[in-house]
Design a protein around this ligand. Structure first.
Ligand code: F6R
Length: 606
């Protein structure tokens, strides 16, 4: 999952390539590079680490040329070194690649047996060499790419340029996303519309198996069989793609504070404010007839799904099966036809989730996709799309996308309950009313964050942190632990509070802070007993609760006092303190909050 860009420009393209890479850095940021064709000659610059390192190289060794490609990398094969950075090139062909060539080892072995020498450990380098070899035998770049593409297994989005060809670039897509941008006498290729936003809002999305020969004036798209195909040209709304931190220190900080607005926007898509009820466009199924709902997703999106399981089961009395997509896709789960399969994904591109979706399609399930990117592959594959209106999320740690996913899922659970006759009109109105209160509650809560700075001081000294919760708060405990691990690099575990005594309580001592997500709901007293169990083993307790003056057995490290809310909506508000805990702790530790090590925002490889 890397970011790729290609530009056929009217002026030198190096600066625009770097600018586009900056917008793509969320896809990977462990090395970067660009290549151009200048007076028929290929040249490239590459650097290990963040984009600023490439910029430094370009400051001292600029690159001319009106045609170029660029890449920002999340390493799959080979360490994130300059040598492994893209573009990979021969003297005739330069290529950038997002995805994995699964048969690269056998291709590499045969190329090496024919005398080709490799400079990197990447799977991508075989692409440059194989196309070069085909070019030597077929004498034409278009034929060479057509012949080479047939030999690659796996997923790829490619942008390729050639020595001697100032007005041609070839792109190919299989599994990984690739879009063509149409300019005025200019043409572009990019991993997504965000990369192309400064240049154009007219986009053609390639479909799997497509490859395109692009010039400044023209494009010819072919499918895998070589048949010329037409793909729709569309105008995308780039206004939602601003990537500006504004007055905030980090994108994550900004995105946390956007939540009242984006949750409101999302609610306005699914709630009729006049009737006080939820409303959805007609669906290709009825919740009444569904035997079961299956949910599959990854990471934070999976935890949103886990919250939804509690909602659907409790309020709509419908069985829900949920699994992380990387497991589900290979489980060969038997499925009764006519069920609903829901994917949840910010990007709509996560490889495992997409594969789970495709499996369920084959199993005769209706497919519903909750995605933040409406042009994504998951949105295209689904029978029905329920978009979140979170706007572009740049911080690698998901915040506003998570609460917007919860918002859509809460509305769906109410809709399901109404259709199945398990909630009355009165209860529906009560639940919707509680949901509508959330933006204001979050906004009020965010007015005073002083406590989090203080708490971060203690947490940043801990080696391990435990998060506990029950019921709807159990997925939040896991989400809290994930957030803490990914941006502060502190080891954290999220546990169902009642499960603790079956093993993990052995880890507890006075050095381990235990953060308890404990709204005063019907499980509160049970959670409190579990808190006493850990407190009596010396743990330092952080309570996140609306209960007053709680006795946790010893002096708590902190009590984060929450307002009292309807049980149904607590996950939406309690998500905020867990986001702030991880944010302030990471800031205290001095980590790279928006681009934590080893991660990328969009995971398009399995
Ligand atoms: C964690 C995080 C990830 C994503 C996961 C799925 O903060 O952001 O765990 O939730 O990679 O990504 P999407 O939602 O794009 O499918």
């Amino acid at each position: 999952m890397c970011g790729i860009i290609g530009i056929l420009g009217k002026e030198a393209v190096a600066d625009d390539l770097v600018d586009a890479l900056r917008r793509l850095e969320y896809r990977g940021y462990d090395s970067a590079g660009i290549a151009t064709v200048d007076s028929g000659r290929l040249d490239r610059r590459r650097a290990e680490g963040k984009l600023k390192n490439l910029q430094k190289v370009l400051n001292t060794q600029p690159l001319a040329g009106l045609t170029g490609i660029g890449h920002t990398r999340w390493a799959t094969h080979g360490a994130p070194t300059e040598q492994n950075a893209h573009p990979h090139a021969t003297s005739e062909v330069s290529v950038v690649h997002n995805g994995i060539i699964e048969n690269f080892q056998s291709l590499r072995a045969s190329l090496e047996a024919r005398g080709v020498r490799f400079d990197s450990q990447t799977d991508t380098e075989v692409i440059a060499h194989l196309i070069t070899e085909e070019l030597h035998s077929l004498g034409n770049p278009i034929k060479a790419v057509a012949a080479a593409l047939k030999q690659f297994e796996g997923a790829f989005a490619l942008a390729i340029i050639f020595s001697g060809y100032d007005n041609m670039m070839i792109g190919a897509k299989k599994g990984s996303p690739l879009a063509i941008g149409h300019g005025d006498g200019e043409a572009y290729l990019g991993s997504d519309a965000i990369a192309l936003a400064p240049f154009t809002n007219e986009i053609t999305y390639l479909e799997d198996g497509d490859w395109v020969v692009l010039t400044r004036e023209n494009m010819i798209i072919r499918d895998m069989d070589g048949t010329v195909v037409q793909r729709e040209r569309q105008v995308v709304d780039v206004s939602t793609m601003a990537i500006d931190k504004g007055e905030y220190r980090h994108f994550m900080d900004k995105e946390i504070h956007e939540q009242p607005d984006v949750i409101s926007d999302t609610l306005s898509g699914y709630v009729n404010f006049t009737t006080g009820k939820v409303q959805f466009e007609e669906m290709p199924f009825s919740f009444k007839d569904l035997p079961k709902i299956t949910i599959s997703a990854c990471g934070t999106a999976y935890y949103a799904g886990l919250v939804a399981k509690y909602w659907f089961e409790r309020y709509a009395r419908i069985p829900v099966e949920i699994d992380v997509a990387s497991e589900f896709r290979y489980r060969e789960a038997p499925m009764e036809k006519g069920g609903l399969m829901m994917v949840i994904s910010q990007s709509g591109e996560t490889a495992d989730t997409l594969a789970a979706l495709k499996y369920c399609k084959q199993q005769g399930q209706h497919i519903g996709a909750i995605v933040n990117v409406r042009t994504s592959n998951m949105a295209k594959e689904a029978d029905v799309v329920w978009p979140t209106m979170a706007g572009t999320e740049i911080g690698v740690a998901s915040t506003k996308a998570f609460t917007c996913q919860l918002t859509v899922l809460a509305c769906l659970a109410i809709q399901a309950g109404r259709e199945r006759g398990t909630i009355s009109e009165e209860l529906e109105k009560e639940l919707v009313h509680a949901l509508l209160e959330i933006p204001r509650e979050i906004s009020t809560f965010l007015k005073d964050e002083s406590q989090f700075e203080e708490l971060a001081n203690s947490l940043s000294k801990a080696r391990d942190v435990m998060y506990l919760g029950r019921g709807l708060s159990f997925p939040l405990a896991m989400e809290g632990a994930l957030k803490l691990k990914e941006i502060s690099y502190i080891h954290a575990e999220g546990y169902a509070a009642g499960e603790l005594k079956h093993g993990p309580i052995a880890l507890i001592d006075e050095k381990v802070p235990v953060i308890v997500v404990a709204p005063k709901d019907y499980l509160f007293e049970k959670t409190l007993s579990n808190v006493q169990e850990v407190a009596s083993r010396g743990a330092k307790i952080v309570m996140i609760t609306d209960a007053q003056n709680v006795d946790v057995g010893n002096e708590p490290l902190a009590v984060i006092q929450m307002p009292s809310l309807h049980d149904f909506v607590t996950p939406l508000l309690y998500a905020i303190p867990i986001q702030l805990i991880s944010y302030y702790t990471a800031v205290q530790m001095g980590t790279d909050v928006d681009q934590p090590r080893n991660l990328a925002k969009s995971v398009t490889v399995e």
